[in-house]
Write a protein that binds this ligand. Structure first.
Ligand code: ATP
Ligand code: MG
Length: 313
């Protein structure tokens, strides 16, 4: 059996005007040739600073946005070629959880209806049996019966995110994509939600893609890690490989930033030689070769990096 999800050379560019008054256009390479695979039952962590293309990648994989080019094969089906019916069925199999549960949950719906909606829509239970199914889901995300009649504004941030997770689980998906699912929560609540994800994975064997700028969150949950920088994969591999033996200077910098050694500054400008290596301008370890040759993702299956300095070329 092949991988559950296989993404190849995915690209999504945006054309934006440089300023309100300008006619000059600028191309943002939000996702710039991303390739990865996810095996069933595994969790992939995607990390990178703000603007590195994490959310765009997630949206393109789910077809919430159409990529410019590349391939997304899920459960053996090429999503970019699937018809409407096929996509509806695959939607059931792939669910997303967003950063801010307050804006992703309908404020005028009670918890019962929020979770019952996908259950009924996808024919998992008839309307009259939906309540039972919703109760079961609520329990699995650590909430009790009292929540059935509550509206989003009557709950705390952590409780709302539990409801959003329950809604995503309602269709028994094969894959959950969580885009910064704990970033809007208090630190004490973050750990509870991370633990909930761990429990869910253990009980259901579900596959996950976990997007976060916070390496500490990704670390607990991921089997594999993908490091994005300016829309490109600069490093990918097994979790401990990436954490304990980072090969790319950008990953090393991210790791020290997560230890609180300094703050990350983002740099939106393309600058010199960015077409060769996206990290060229920031890199403190570059050599003359880095200005002449583009690195490709190279190394062993368990750990690869796109850097001319890592001795893989
Ligand atoms: P964050 O950590 O802040 O959520 P991210 O890694 O999720 O960042 P994206 O939101 O995917 O990054 O954005 C990647 C790049 O694409 C950014 O430069 C962003 O400004 C740009 N971008 C994203 N969506 C659009 C859009 N609809 N139109 C124009 N530019 C966009
Ligand atoms: Mg994002």
């Amino acid at each position: 059996m092949g991988p559950l999800l296989s993404v190849s050379e995915l690209k999504k560019y945006y054309e934006i005007r440089r300023s309100v008054f300008s006619v000059e256009k600028e191309t943002i390479r939000a996702v710039d040739g991303v390739t990865f695979e996810l095996e069933a039952g595994k969790t992939l962590g995607i990390v990178g600073e703000s603007g590195s293309g994490k959310s765009t990648l997630a949206r393109c994989v789910l077809l919430l946005e159409r990529p410019d080019s590349g391939g997304v094969v899920f459960c053996g089906t090429d999503l970019l070629k699937a018809g409407r019916e096929g996509i509806r069925d695959l939607r059931r199999q792939m669910q997303i959880i967003f950063q801010d549960p307050y804006s992703s949950l309908n404020p005028r719906m009670k918890v019962l209806d929020i979770i019952a909606e996908p259950v009924v829509y996808h024919g998992i239970a008839k309307k009259r049996d939906a309540r039972e199914k919703v109760m079961e889901i609520l329990r699995s995300v650590g909430l009790d019966e009292d929540f059935l009649g509550k509206y989003p504004h009557e709950m705390s941030g952590g409780q709302r995110q539990r409801v959003a997770i329950g809604r995503a689980l309602a269709t028994d998906p094969a894959l959950i994509i969580a885009d910064e699912p704990v970033s809007s929560l208090d630190v004490s609540i973050q750990a509870q939600i991370v633990n909930l994800f761990l429990d869910i994975r253990e009980q259901s064997g579900i596959s996950m893609i976990f997007v976060s700028h916070d390496l500490n969150v990704v670390r607990f949950l991921s089997d594999h890690i993908l490091v994005l920088y300016r829309g490109k994969v600069v490093e990918a591999g097994e979790r401990d490989e990436v954490f304990f033996n980072p090969l790319h200077p950008y990953t090393r910098m991210l790791l020290s930033a997560s230890r609180g050694e300094f703050f990350l500054e983002t740099d939106p400008a393309d600058g010199e030689n960015a077409a060769l290596c996206p990290y060229y301008n920031k890199c403190k370890e570059k050599t003359a070769r880095c200005g002449e040759q583009a690195p490709v993702l190279a190394g062993e299956e368990k750990h690869r990096a796109a850097c001319l300095r890592n001795g893989l070329f």
